[in-house]
Design a protein around this ligand. Structure first.
Ligand SMILES: *[C@@H]1O[C@H](CO)[C@@H](O)[C@H](O)[C@H]1NC(C)=O
Length: 526
């Protein structure tokens, strides 16, 4: 993306930025930019078997850089699980040299007692010939729509401070090297590259670094920062891709975060600790040489805020329905299904008491509803009990999740607030109000498709020029009103400036009534 778009966005969102403590304010605009221009292309990844088991998590402390919990000797050898026999190479008490000898003698993944599920199990040993994978292997994909990643199998060693992930082959191989930015969107500024190297084992010039910590679980190297801090990107760029990458390990996976953001890990601690039972390692400050049976470098995204089940590694497909079910478990959200209005034979006065609940997302700044009381009245008339929500950036996620989960319909203008759909019960309704200006494609990519993939009923309400405050601001003859296509042709800057940055919404409640009726109708069928 060009720097120009970033600057443009910056000027537009100042008030919003102040409100949101400067976090993620450029992100909001980059989001729409990215989803606006990206043409999603899918590609296939070979995905062998998986063992999707969930083990109870143990206490996890996520440490700030330098806080001394991760990357310290105490944090070493975190792979000891109760279910596994303890051997010499997995004990804290084992001297480094001995660990190294053990390691050299037998790569971790060859150990028969290793019960850890890995993305790609080594092939069954064949006594007649050496399997190619026995030598280790690196599988990199740089053709995805958003992300570059490598999967490294075999004797894999990380040097965090050097940002290197090295495969030490058992026999002679050609030396190869890849540079991967482990953030889900390639080309993101501020994200350090990780060098993935397949060593030429015979070369004296590239000796393998000795292991100082030996892990028996796979690892995932990923980057935080980037666009996270914007609520949408917290999910689209980090939580969903992390879920996709790690869920199959049932917690038995070591996360190594580059550009670590302690506040972010704190905010989403409940989710992260259910994906990995081990402390997240601060990669940039990790001075250990960690050895793993396999390492995934980088997270994958194939669609915005979404999962493409066929492309989930590990063989057991996951979907957004699984993701939202996982969140409900994580935050112990009580409702997995919305209210049922079908065959309601209770007396009318009881029916009155159990109305479907509609959450109206009220944005405080641009792209806000300017006639909230009218909309509330229309929704009440349609049969809903209405609450107005204006979630703050610093709200506790668990609190927000509980609140959202108690509703049957989520209604909001295109914006990050609609991300809260993840906490709605499956089968509930999300109504996205699309601002004026040919924004339907963007609305579909960011929320329409993801929401439908979550098993929610998605309804879209595109406003007319008459319902946009742009009309009174610019007059009917302005190209922004008369010819949105020409604005799109002029480039992203004007689209962001006018349609996203200067527009508020006055819903024509008469015109909107059928959409509300559809929402009720859907809940009746439940
Ligand atoms: C990690 O790499 C850096 C830079 O190449 C090097 O100085 C350091 O010694 C390495 N760490 C270990 C523990 O070998």
């Amino acid at each position: 993306m060009g720097a120009g778009e970033g600057k443009q966005g910056k000027g537009l969102v100042r008030s919003w930025a102040q409100r949101y403590l400067n976090l993620g304010f450029v992100a909001g605009f980059l989001l729409v930019l990215l989803t606006y221009i990206v043409v999603t292309q899918q590609f296939a990844i070979t995905s062998p078997d998986a063992v999707p088991t969930m083990t109870p998590h143990r206490k996890q402390a996520i440490s700030a850089p330098g806080a001394g919990v991760t990357g310290t000797p105490e944090g070493r050898v975190e792979e000891k699980a109760e279910t596994k026999p303890v051997d010499a190479s997995s004990g804290d008490e084992t001297p480094k040299e001995e660990q190294q000898q053990q390691h050299d003698a037998e790569p971790e993944w060859k150990k028969p007692e290793d019960t850890v599920a890995t993305e790609e199990e080594p092939p069954k040993r064949d006594d007649t010939a050496a399997e190619p994978l026995d030598n280790g292997k690196v599988v990199c994909t740089t053709e995805g729509p958003f992300s570059d990643t490598c999967d490294v199998f075999g004797d894999v060693r990380t040097n965090g401070t050097a940002h290197t992930v090295t495969l030490v082959p058992a026999t002679e191989t050609e030396s190869r090297e890849w540079k991967i930015q482990p953030y889900v969107r390639r080309g993101m500024s501020g994200i350090s590259e990780v060098t993935v190297t397949q060593l030429d084992s015979t070369s004296a010039a590239s000796p393998a670094p000795a292991c100082t910590v030996t892990h028996r679980v796979p690892a995932i190297v990923f980057a935080l920062g980037g666009l996270t801090g914007n609520y949408f990107h917290d999910f689209s760029d980090a939580l969903v891709p992390l879920f996709v990458a790690s869920r199959r390990y049932g917690g038995e996976v070591q996360l190594l975060a580059s550009n670590i953001q302690p506040w972010w890990l704190g905010k989403y601690e409940a989710v992260v600790r259910r994906l990995s039972k081990y402390d997240v390692v601060d990669l940039d400050h990790d001075d250990q040489i960690r050895c793993f049976p396999s390492v995934t470098v980088g997270l994958r995204m194939h669609k915005e805020f979404d999962i493409v089940p066929e492309l989930v590694p590990g063989g057991a497909p996951l979907s957004m329905v699984d993701f939202t079910a996982f969140l409900r478990e994580t935050y112990t959200l009580p409702r997995a299904a919305p209210i049922s209005l079908m065959k309601d034979i209770s007396p009318p006065e009881d029916q009155e008491k159990r109305k479907p609940r509609l959450m109206l997302l009220h944005r405080g700044h641009y792209r806000k509803f300017v006639n909230v009381p009218e909309i509330v009245k229309a929704a009440e008339k349609a049969g809903f009990e209405v609450s107005i929500a204006d979630p703050r950036f610093d709200v506790r996620v668990e609190e927000l999740a509980r609140s959202v989960n108690s509703f049957d319909v989520l209604l909001g203008v295109h914006g990050a607030g609609l991300t809260n759909a993840v906490f709605m019960p499956t089968g509930a309704v999300v109504i996205q109000v699309v601002p004026y200006g040919n924004l339907e494609h963007m609305a579909k990519v960011d929320f329409g498709d993801p929401v439908a993939d979550m098993g929610l009923r998605y309804l879209e309400y595109s406003i007319t020029a008459e319902e946009s405050t742009l009309l009174e601001m610019l007059g009917p003859d302005h190209p922004v009103i008369k010819d949105p296509e020409s604005v799109h042709r002029s480039g992203w800057d004007k689209v962001a400036e006018y349609y996203l940055g200067k527009q508020d919404v006055r819903v024509d409640v008469e015109r909107f009534a059928p959409t509300l009726a559809l929402a009720i109708e859907h809940l009746r069928q439940k």
